[in-house]
Write a protein that binds this ligand. Structure first.
Ligand code: FPP
Length: 264
């Protein structure tokens, strides 16, 4: 089977989406992909539509991207749906964004259950409206035994605040005599982050041409490969996800060391 695949690869460039997906699967798939879904507002502006129309279209993009990630065998997909900084947007826009999880999960939860996707959320819960949390918690509960892709919504998430929280909880442990300062290392600190059970992202994608992290997973993205595109999130398609993964697969990750052939 593998030999057949190699021969096929050497003689024919894959062209249909299905062929590219299969080709992609024969190389290392990133275990954890994190996405900054940016450009909804500009997508709407270009069409003289209200910004919320862009968010609605952006919500629709989540479905095919989740399905494809699951099909590829990605273990976790973290989506930056609302940052701790987004509260300063007009109230009407914030209210709308807080309704999107309900709309999305109201429609797609049965499909997520069926496709073995497990929904999770990371972020500060206390400020999130009850109706939003209700929809998210319902989905978390309904999918808790699923073993496929973890679809992790970053909702009211801010990385600096997450890091400060982790630092504070370690300080409390020291104060209570549960551990000593010397015990604090990468592993220990990672275990205090909201992603402790997911592992760090291997690939971070940001759409819309912005080339910055915007307070997203600053600790966890230390060794991730970054892939930026000018495509606005509502236009981000399965082909774009494949393109990002193909680019990831061509890169050599050294984690600060040397490539194996260089170290000989
Ligand atoms: C940034 O684009 C996007 C957001 C602040 C919201 C992202 C949310 C979604 C894509 C929908 C999430 C879906 C679910 C299911 C929760 P922007 O508005 O800043 O775009 P702009 O920079 O062009 O103005």
């Amino acid at each position: 089977m593998l030999d057949k695949m190699k021969i096929w690869k050497s003689t024919k460039e894959p062209d249909t989406l299905d062929e590219r997906i299969e080709e992609c699967k024969s190389y290392k798939i990133p275990d954890h992909i994190a996405i900054i879904m940016d450009g909804n507002g500009r997508w709407a502006n270009k069409r003289a539509l209200p910004r919320i129309a862009g968010h609605h279209e952006g919500m629709k993009t989540v479905r095919p991207i989740t399905r494809l990630a699951n099909r590829l065998g990605v273990k976790a997909l973290t989506l930056y749906a609302f940052s701790t900084e987004n509260w300063i947007r007009p109230k009407m826009e914030v209210d709308y964004l807080m309704k999107l999880p309900e709309e999305f999960l109201g429609t797609f939860l049965p499909e997520l259950v069926e496709e073995n996707v497990q929904v999770q959320m990371m972020g500060e819960r206390s400020q999130i409206p009850k109706h939003t949390l209700k929809a998210v918690d319902k989905a978390i509960d309904a999918t808790k035994n699923n073993t496929g892709l973890v679809l992790n919504f970053a909702l009211n998430y801010g990385s600096r605040s997450e890091i400060l929280q982790a630092a504070k909880s370690f300080a409390v442990k020291v104060q209570n005599g549960e551990c000593s300062i010397d015990e604090l290392d990468d592993e220990q600190f990672s275990s205090l982050m909201m992603t402790h059970h997911l592992g760090d992202p291997d690939l971070m994608i940001r759409t819309s041409g912005e080339i910055r992290l915007s307070n997203f997973m600053l600790w966890q993205l230390a060794y991730a490969e970054f892939w930026f595109t000018d495509v606005l999130w509502p236009d981000f398609s399965e082909e774009h996800l494949i393109e990002a993964i193909e680019s990831y697969q061509k890169r050599s990750r050294r984690f600060g060391g040397l490539k194996s052939e260089e170290s000989q």
